[in-house]
Design a protein around this ligand. Structure first.
Ligand code: PMP
Length: 389
C-alpha cells in the first residue's frame, strides 16, 4: 500500500501563517518585555459578570443551550441592538450566539460565499478576514485605504473594486488595526454603492462599544441595508471577555436560519456558563463598560500625542484600542522596526504589513496597557527612534 505524501487539504496548505505569531513567540521567551502587541483589554471581566457564571454553575446549568443560544440572552441582545444602534431583530429567528466574533465571521462567510465569489476586504484589516474568505472558497479582493483619508475607504475606491463576481463587502468599524471609525456620512456613501450593486455586507462591529468621539453607527440601521447586512459582534472587547469566547450574529431571518444550519452541526451552541455571564453583562455590566471606555480614551490621548512627539506620525484613532503610527522617518520596514524594537528595547508591537495592503510603513500598538507601562514604552521607543534616525 502506498502512503500519501501529505494528508493536508490543499486549501489549508495554501494558507499563510499569521504574521503576529512570530512576535508573540519571540517576546514570550524574553524577560522584561512591554507588550503592546496583543489585541485584548487589560481589564479583568467585571466581578458581577464572573459571579453570574459561577452562580449558573452552582445552580447546575451545565447542559447545552438551544443551538441559537439562551433565549434570554438573545432577547437582551435584541434590546441592546435596538436601544444602542436602532436596529430591530427578532430574538427568536434573527440572532445567533456564537463562539466569539471569530466563529460568527467563519459561519457568515460559509453561508454566503459560493466557490469563486469575490469578497471585498478593506485593508489594513484584521488578519483573519482573508484566510476565512479563502477557506469558504471565496476570492478576497483587497482595497487599500490611505493614511491621508484617515484609513477610511471611500465610495469610489469601493466601487472600483466591484466586478460581476463580487458577492459581499467586509467592513470593520471601529477598525483593527487602524482604530478608524466610519461615521454615518461615510457609511451612507458606502451603502449607496452597496445597494446599487446588490451586495451583502459582513459588518464586524466587535469594537462598537469603543468608539470615543461619536456614537457607533451600525450600517444595518441605514435605509434598505438591514436585509443585506450580517452584523457580527461580541463580548470580547467592550466587555473585556476575550477568554469567554462569546459573540453573536444579527441578520435577517433567511440569512440567520442558513447560518444556524452550519452552527448547529459545527458547534451545537456556545458555552453555557459564558452565556449566563453575558446575560449579566448586558443587564448590569454597562457601567463598567463605560468606565473602561473612559480609561482607554484617557490612554489614547497620552499615547497618540507621545507618538506624534516622537515623530511617529499617528492619526487620532476614533475607536478600538490601537494606535497605528507611521515609522517612515526611521527608513525601516515595519518588520525590521518591530524586530529591532523588541530586541533592543524589549517593546513588542505588531508590524503593519501583517494587516495587508497599506500596512507597510506602520506599526500597530495596543494602548490597552497600564499608564506606567505606556510611559515606559514611550521612553524606550524615544531612545530607539533617536538611535535610528
Ligand atoms: N474582529 C476583529 C476586528 C478583532 O480584532 C477580533 C479579535 N482580535 C475579532 C473579530 C475576534 O474576536 P472574538 O474574540 O470575539 O473571537
Amino acid at each position: 500500500m502506498t502512503t500519501k505524501t501529505s494528508y493536508i487539504a490543499q486549501s489549508v496548505k495554501n494558507l499563510k501563517p499569521s504574521g503576529i505569531r512570530k512576535f508573540f513567540d519571540l517576546a514570550a521567551n524574553m524577560e522584561g518585555v512591554i507588550s503592546l502587541g496583543v489585541g485584548e483589554p487589560d481589564f479583568i471581566t467585571s466581578w458581577t459578570v464572573r459571579e453570574a457564571a459561577i452562580l449558573s454553575l452552582e445552580q447546575g446549568y451545565t447542559s447545552y443551550t438551544a443551538n441559537a443560544g439562551l433565549l434570554e440572552l438573545r432577547e437582551k441582545i435584541a434590546r441592546y441592538m435596538k436601544d444602542g444602534y436602532s436596529v430591530d431583530y427578532d430574538p427568536k429567528t434573527e440572532i445567533i450566539v456564537t463562539v466569539g466574533a471569530s466563529q460568527a465571521l467563519d459561519i457568515s462567510m460559509r453561508a454566503i460565499i459560493d466557490q469563486g465569489d469575490e469578497v471585498i476586504i478593506v485593508e489594513p484589516g484584521f488578519v483573519s478576514y482573508v484566510p476565512l474568505v479563502q477557506l469558504a472558497g471565496g476570492v478576497p479582493v483587497t482595497v487599500e485605504t490611505k493614511p491621508e483619508n484617515g484609513f477610511k475607504v471611500t465610495a469610489e475606491e469601493l466601487e472600483a473594486a466591484i466586478t460581476s463576481k463580487t458577492k459581499a463587502v467586509l467592513l470593520c468599524s471601529p477598525n483593527n488595526p487602524t482604530g478608524t471609525v466610519l461615521e454615518r456620512g461615510n457609511l451612507e456613501s458606502l451603502a449607496e454603492v452597496i445597494r446599487k450593486h446588490d451586495l451583502v455586507v459582513f459588518s464586524d462591529e466587535i469594537y462598537a462599544e469603543l468608539a470615543y468621539d461619536s456614537h457607533h453607527v451600525s450600517i444595518a440601521s441605514l435605509e434598505d441595508m438591514r436585509k443585506r447586512t450580517i452584523v457580527i459582534n461580541g463580548f470580547s472587547k467592550g466587555f473585556a471577555m476575550t477568554g469567554w469566547r462569546l459573540g453573536y450574529i444579527c441578520a435577517p431571518e433567511e440569512i440567520a436560519s442558513s447560518l444556524l444550519k452550519i452552527h448547529q452541526y459545527a458547534m451545537m451552541c456556545a458555552s453555557t456558563p459564558a452565556q449566563y455571564a453575558a446575560v449579566e453583562a448586558l443587564d448590569k455590566g454597562m457601567d463598567d463598560v463605560m468606565e473602561m471606555k473612559r480609561s482607554y480614551r484617557h490612554r489614547r490621548h497620552y499615547f497618540v500625542d507621545s507618538l506624534n512627539e516622537l515623530g511617529l506620525t499617528c492619526h487620532t484613532p476614533g475607536g478600538a484600542f490601537y494606535a497605528f503610527p507611521s515609522i517612515q522617518k526611521t527608513g525601516m520596514s515595519s518588520g525590521e522596526f518591530a524586530e529591532k524594537l523588541l530586541m533592543e528595547e524589549k517593546v513588542a508591537v505588531v508590524p503593519g504589513n501583517v494587516f495587508g495592503k497599506g500596512g507597510e510603513g506602520f506599526i500597530r500598538c495596543s494602548y490597552a496597557s497600564s499608564m506606567e507601562q505606556l510611559q515606559e514604552a514611550v521612553k524606550r521607543m524615544k531612545r530607539f527612534v533617536e538611535n535610528h534616525s
